[in-house]
Design a protein around this ligand. Structure first.
Ligand SMILES: Nc1ncnc2c1ncn2[C@@H]1O[C@H](COP(=O)(O)OP(=O)(O)OP(=O)(O)O)[C@@H](O)[C@H]1O
Length: 353
């Protein structure tokens, strides 16, 4: 396989005595989209700013197209990196028109190019004369993206670019931007704290916690085979259960569930398993059952808290939360039959405890 377009190698950064990014390594293939996701304060923006060239790493290096940007005698400055950077608020120049904002990154007379770029980000060319304060938040973000695209970057860095938009506009803008980046074949790194955004938009998801990467993988892998409990819970709701591992099967209050093949071998014995709530189905008949404790209505689905009936030697009184479309089955005390679809994950930090 060819070397990755972007290589972040063992990068660290402290502010004063606070270690904000610790020994982070990450590769991104040409034309791919990587989402860096993590809780507030986990170091996402700092990592992105080091890739952009606005912060200098204390240790480690950043390579783009095989070229070392950071650890030479003088780091390559941000404006020489062929990197587009769209900060959280878009940061347009308020006193310049849309056209001048976009053309800021262009050399010479480029009015044709401005019109073309407006079209690319799905804005009418008549917007060229407007000022940023005459645009909505979402339109400003599109202009910021057009300005970044104008420089024809090898790498696009987006810091929570869709966070200012309401849900409907966020989805359409995200799809439009994804299409633009994909068609231009631009390698993209996106910072977000929105799980759905990371899972739907990216080819690769990097989970950052306390300045360290807890997992890097495809959306499918990080969601379905999280490396530890915190990563599992950060990426979505998780059902944790006591189980006994027996030759690749987890025996528990939800029956016998195949254990998904993870990065380490699972020993027979007591384990904690993780399932996603949507894996647990309400069915007409099953040997597995539980009683509704309470419920919460969310429109398209209802979250049910269920106390599981003990099955065989399984631990008694275990509580789980599942999602169900039919709120009429959700009254407290209702007895439900349950079946699990798919596999269970044994989490590395919960083997044998
Ligand atoms: N220039 C700076 N000087 C001092 N501390 C800083 C600086 N930049 C960031 N920090 C600190 O580093 C930590 C990580 O900040 P960073 O902005 O990278 O996190 P983040 O994951 O992007 O957070 P959020 O999701 O809230 O934007 C925070 O505690 C922040 O206060």
């Amino acid at each position: 396989m060819s070397a990755a377009q972007l290589q972040v190698q063992n990068v660290s950064k402290s502010f004063g005595s606070q270690r904000v990014v610790q020994d982070v390594s990450l590769n991104a293939q040409r034309g791919s989209i990587t989402a860096i996701i993590g809780p507030s304060g986990s170091g996402k923006t700092t990592l992105l700013r080091m890739i952009a060239g606005f912060e200098v790493p204390d240790a480690g290096r950043v390579l783009l197209g095989g070229k070392d940007l950071t650890s030479g005698a003088k780091p390559v400055p941000a404006h020489r990196r062929k990197v587009g950077y769209v900060p959280q608020d878009g940061a347009l120049f308020p006193h310049l028109s849309v056209a001048k904002n976009i053309a800021f990154g262009l050399k010479g007379r480029q009015s044709d190019r401005v019109a073309e770029l407006l079209e690319v980000v799905s804005l009418p060319t008549s917007f060229a004369k407007r000022h940023p304060d005459e645009l909505s938040g979402g339109q400003q973000q599109r202009v910021a993206l057009a300005r970044a695209l104008a420089r024809e970057p090898d790498l696009m860095l987006l810091d929570e670019p869709f966070s200012a938009l309401d849900a409907a506009l966020r989805n359409t803008t995200r799809r439009a931007v994804g299409k633009i980046l994909n068609e231009a074949g631009i390698t993209t790194v996106l910072v977000t704290h929105d799980q759905a955004e990371a899972l739907s938009f990216a080819d690769q998801v990097a989970v950052l916690r306390n300045g360290q990467l807890s997992q890097v993988g495809s959306p499918f892998v990080v969601y379905n085979r999280p490396s530890d409990r915190e990563t599992a819970e950060f990426l979505g709701d998780a059902v944790m259960l006591e189980a006994i591992a027996q030759d690749g099967i987890a025996v528990c209050a939800l029956g016998r569930i195949p254990i998904s093949r993870g990065p380490f071998p699972v020993q027979n014995g007591a384990v904690k398993i993780m399932l996603r709530p949507e894996q647990i189905r309400v069915v007409p008949e099953s040997e597995v059952s539980g009683r509704v404790v309470d419920s919460e209505f969310f429109g398209p689905e209802t979250t049910l808290r269920i106390r599981l009936d003990s099955l065989g030697a399984s631990a008694p009184n275990q509580l789980i939360s599942i999602r169900h479309w039919n709120s009429s089955q959700a009254f407290p005390g209702a007895e439900l039959k349950l079946r699990v679809a798919g596999e269970a994950v044994v989490l590395a930090d919960h083997q044998g405890d």
